[in-house]
Ligand binder design. Structure first.
Ligand code: FAD
Ligand code: FES
Length: 290
């Protein structure tokens, strides 16, 4: 695991690290914001597919968020946060010039394609943003890249233009047909797999809600196409110590924060992932109560 933390101010213990300033905030959808943060140490060490753990304020919850972009020269890290509960809504309420207290990372293993020549990225919700640095790196490495991104309606689609710069084609899908292909990302992926004659050197990588990743995995299993998914179990410390992010892959116990977040989709025990992600449903409901 590569891990670096913002350099503490001289003579200060690590936990009093100066906060990380929001240099730019952009509303991407009614529930999604993109933030560019001043975080030079993380930016210098970041690799595609890695994530950070963010804590907004003292005594606040720590939540994992993918590094959606990074610029070592400018010392910036970009995150895209979808508001789903208390902490992500708190992050969504922050304005340019304000700060988050901690940003620990980069965490996790970077993404590596497995001997593929063509990679099809599948992004649902914030997943399209998480996919972007991965697809950019693959494209720079000379692989053929394509993306299928999905959302309920057009206004919830993110990063189509950015992905178009690093993919030969981006296939947007909306459940209601308000933009692009009408249907789920799996429907469009199926069409695309049928179009491609030779699937032997194709790999799929999916990032997004668990049901979507599971459906993608089922489909690519039928086509025998290698697939990786970015698992998003509950994370606490992000260092492999607490066991919160335990998943079973190929019958072995793994910790998504240090062994992942990307895993061979066809080896993942999705039933267990779904069960474990519901463990704190009651507490999450309470914390979201007005
Ligand atoms: C490796 C990884 C990368 C992620 N990248 C992004 C990203 O780029 N953008 C983004 O918007 N979201 C991302 N997430 C999901 C994000 O961490 C959760 O949406 C967030 O933690 C929700 O917290 P909350 O307090 O707002 O909501 P809550 O109401 O507390 O929870 C809502 C749901 O979020 C999940 N969740 C809650 N707490 C955690 C936690 N500590 N760790 C993981 N999941 C949790 C649970 O499934 C829960 O049901 C990522 C998760 C992981 C594991
Ligand atoms: S988050 Fe604690 S072990 Fe992974």
């Amino acid at each position: 695991m590569a891990a670096a933390q913002e350099k503490p101010a001289p003579n200060h213990p690590q936990h009093t690290v100066s906060a990380f300033r929001i240099l730019k905030k952009e509303r991407l959808t009614p529930v999604t914001n993109r933030f560019v943060l001043d975080a030079s140490w993380v930016a210098r060490a970041a690799k595609p597919g890695q994530f950070v753990i963010v804590r907004v304020q003292k005594d606040g919850e720590r939540i994992p968020v993918t590094i959606a972009d990074f610029d070592a020269a400018k010392g910036t890290v970009t995150i895209v946060v979808q508001e789903v509960g208390r902490t992500s809504k708190l992050i969504g309420s922050l304005m340019e010039g304000q700060t988050v207290l901690d940003l620990v990372g980069p965490l996790g293993e970077p993404f590596h394609a497995r001997q593929a020549k063509r990679v099809i990225g599948i992004g649902g919700g914030f997943g399209a943003a998480a996919l972007y640095p991965v697809m950019r790196a693959l494209s720079q490495a000379g692989l053929a890249t394509e993306a299928v991104i999905g959302a309920r309606t057009r206004e919830f689609l993110v990063l189509e233009q950015e992905l178009a710069q690093v993919c030969s084609q981006v296939m947007p899908c909306t459940d209601d047909g308000s933009y692009g292909f009408k249907g789920f990302v799996t429907d469009r992926l199926k069409q695309r797999l049928d179009e491609l004659k030779d699937l032997s050197e194709v790999e799929v990588v999916a990032v997004g809600p668990m049901p979507m990743m599971r459906a993608v995995t089922k489909l690519t299993g039928q086509y025998k196409v290698a697939t990786q998914v970015s698992l998003d179990p509950i994370m606490v410390d992000g260092t492999g110590m607490c066991g919160g992010c335990r998943v079973t892959v190929g019958g072995e116990i793994k910790f998504a924060c240090v062994d992942g977040p990307f895993f061979d989709a066809h080896q993942v025990d999705f039933d267990e992932c779904v069960r474990r992600n519901k463990m704190y449903a009651h507490e999450e409901k309470l914390s979201n109560a007005p």
